[in-house]
Design a protein around this ligand. Structure first.
Ligand SMILES: CC(C)(COP(=O)(O)OP(=O)(O)OC[C@H]1O[C@@H](n2cnc3c(N)ncnc32)[C@H](O)[C@@H]1OP(=O)(O)O)[C@@H](O)C(=O)NCCC(=O)NCCSC(=O)C[C@H](O)C(=O)O
Ligand SMILES: [Mg+2]
Length: 278
């Protein structure tokens, strides 16, 4: 899931283009990009699209961002998804573990196999990110939401130190809970360089992909989060570790650097995540 394109459900003309495009995942949005009066029609359009042959046959991960639990829209959003193919439900404004558990309980009551992608986008959620990540087995990932997080606090997103300060605890919280961390959206459509800088920072922290709000951002995310070289290195390292072990060595030199158990375990974890048993 190197890239994930947000698709407002009030813009049905985007749907076909999005499903035919290059994003690894689509995040159909019922939240902030859909005005309140449009929500019922947006839900109905989304439900119809998710039943279509195009959506059912798609190899993309299909995600739906619902409205927050404390809004009058949440229950209707979930009800519209019952029985449909949804891989992840993106839960915004999930400030506490109790909110995650309450949302998960409502999903449990429906025929809906989706996991939860929880957006950390308030000071409260950031402060409690580890507990939020561990709140329920449905939580598959944490996503950062820097627009909502920074705006009310007057934090300048142009300063990468501030972005790093937010991404770091979310990555640790996700890692501790055994789920993935996912980067948020970059709003300046004309600034590909800004998008890339944030994506590279997230990648270097172990995030698995970045949210896109426009098709032009997808190729950058796919390139930054491409795992080809990392997988290749992990395969070579595990093979070298097996050979070293046969010689009774736990530490050895690989590509000019000493490696031992932590690096070998990390390489094995990369292969496991990729479904690679080599
Ligand atoms: C940002 C947009 C409103 C721009 O829309 P528009 O001006 O209509 O785009 P273009 O004319 O440049 O479109 C060019 C072609 O690309 C297609 N297109 C554009 N956007 C999308 C899309 N999102 N999905 C699929 N296809 C798209 C157009 O149809 C054109 O195609 P063609 O005619 O064939 O050339 C718009 O891009 C948009 O609405 N983006 C998503 C907005 C959104 O979902 N926002 C919510 C997520 S942001 C977030 O989550 C922040 C977070 O919560 C936080 O707190 O940080
Ligand atoms: Mg937000």
């Amino acid at each position: 899931m190197r890239s994930k394109l947000f698709v407002p459900c009030s813009r049905p003309e985007f749907f076909a283009k999005a499903i035919d495009g290059a994003a690894d995942a689509l995040s159909f949005d019922l939240e902030d990009s859909v005005p309140p009066a449009e929500k019922p029609a947006a839900r109905a359009r989304l439900a119809a699209f998710l039943c279509s042959d195009q959506a059912m046959a798609s190899a993309k991960r299909l995600i739906v961002r619902v409205n927050a639990l404390d809004t009058p829209f949440f229950a209707d959003d979930l009800a519209a998804l019952a029985g449909l193919r949804v891989d992840l439900i993106n839960l915004p404004k999930a400030d506490t573990p109790d909110i995650v558990r309450a949302a998960a309980a409502q999903i449990d009551a429906l025929p809906l196999a989706a996991g939860l992608l929880v957006t950390i986008e308030t000071a409260a959620a950031l402060a409690d990110a580890a507990a939020v990540a561990a709140a329920h087995p449905r939580v598959a990932g944490l996503q950062v939401g820097l627009n909502d997080l920074f705006a009310p606090l007057g934090i300048d997103r142009a300063d990468p130190r501030h972005v790093h300060a937010a991404l770091w605890p979310i990555r640790l919280a996700a890692g501790r809970a055994g789920c993935f961390a996912y980067d948020g959206a970059w709003p300046d459509l004309a600034d590909d360089t800004g998008f890339r800088i944030e994506a590279e920072l997230a990648r270097s922290l172990g995030y698995i992909g970045k949210s896109c709000i426009h098709p032009r951002q997808i190729a950058i995310a796919n390139a930054v989060f491409d795992r080809g070289a990392e997988l290749d290195r992990a395969r070579r390292l595990v093979a070298a570790a097996t050979a070293a072990e046969a010689q009774g060595k736990g530490a050895f030199v690989f590509d000019g650097a000493m490696v031992d158990a932590p690096a070998i375990n990390a390489a094995r974890a990369i292969l496991r995540r990729a479904g690679d048993t080599a």
